[in-house]
Design a protein around this ligand. Structure first.
Ligand code: SIN
Length: 286
């Protein structure tokens, strides 16, 4: 079987076929997948009806899994490496991740080892809706003027795991737990991708609260501009899920957003999150 990679959009994204994740994937094929992932930022593997063990094993080919940053309550009961992103009640309570990712974000940017990749497996989905959108943060950076690029070059911004609208609505106990696991972290506003060497914007509406050293007004104006600038239609790929798609993305140069849908319909996904290279520093509010 030979790997086929077909682009899905102008902005980013490619479909990968000719691979069966129920089989052990040979090292040269893994190397080809890695190459395609670095090039296209988002890879869609259709028709991969895999058990959690195979999802975990495939994810490990691309790095160490981070089972911690998203908090213990969101873990799969039998597979702590997997985060459940689901609107199915958990132990008789509404799921804490039923509204996960409703604002643009890069996974675990609030950590000192922010995620390289995430791999999301769709197990159940509504007949319509429940899409995920991705945007290309290299393109967003490249489209800025040279003057703006120069101004952003040495700026740092604070990332907070409890900043998203969804997180703020969570049970206070869960919020406190998340804050304890993930103290505030500052990340560069422009991040150089450690593998490709390309520069990408690294701020998000979901997780970035302010720019270090600026007044609230200055910071809000610049971040507001960057949040809007980064999600122009030509930078975006919108994925309409089919059951057993696995989508793998690169958080260092792409953001994503889970589009709101009819929550009376089940949407149930498994995510692995790969621990990234060290980045940023612990931020102490003044
Ligand atoms: C996420 O990883 O933030 C959620 C993506 C999704 O559920 O579509």
């Amino acid at each position: 079987m030979s790997l086929q990679v077909k682009r899905l959009a102008h902005g980013l994204g490619a479909e990968v076929t000719g691979i069966d994740l129920n089989e052990d994937v040979p090292a040269p094929t893994i190397a080809d997948v890695r190459k395609a992932w670095l090039q296209h930022q988002v890879l869609v593997f259709p028709g991969q009806d895999v058990a959690p063990e195979r999802h975990i094993a495939f994810s490990r080919q691309f790095g160490e899994i981070d089972p911690v940053s998203f908090g213990p309550r969101f873990r799969h009961p039998d597979h702590p490496e997997i985060m459940l992103i689901s609107n199915k009640p958990q132990k008789g309570q509404p799921s804490q991740t039923r509204n996960q990712g409703r604002q643009w974000h890069s996974d675990t940017s609030f950590s000192l080892r922010p995620a390289t990749g995430s791999l999301l497996h769709c197990l159940e989905l509504p007949d319509v809706g429940g899409d995920t959108m991705f945007t290309n943060m290299y393109m967003a950076y490249d489209a800025l003027s040279e003057v703006m690029k120069k101004m952003l070059e040495d700026l740092w911004a604070v990332h907070d795991s409890t900043n998203t609208k969804d997180a703020r609505k969570r049970d206070p106990e869960v919020l406190a737990e998340l804050r304890k696991i993930n103290p505030l972290v500052a990340q560069p506003v422009v991040r150089t991708h450690p593998e490709t060497g390309r520069k990408a914007l690294y701020v998000s509406e979901g997780q970035t609260t302010h720019i270090v050293g600026m007044t609230d007004e200055e910071s809000a104006a610049i971040l507001g501009f960057l949040f809007e600038h980064a999600v122009q239609p030509e930078f975006i790929y919108r994925h309409r899920w089919s059951q057993h798609d696995i989508v793998m993305w690169d958080n260092r140069c792409a953001m994503h957003l889970a589009v709101r849908y009819d929550m009376t319909k089940t949407r149930h996904m498994h995510r692995t999150t790969l621990k990234g290279e060290p980045s940023g520093y612990l931020y102490q509010p003044q």
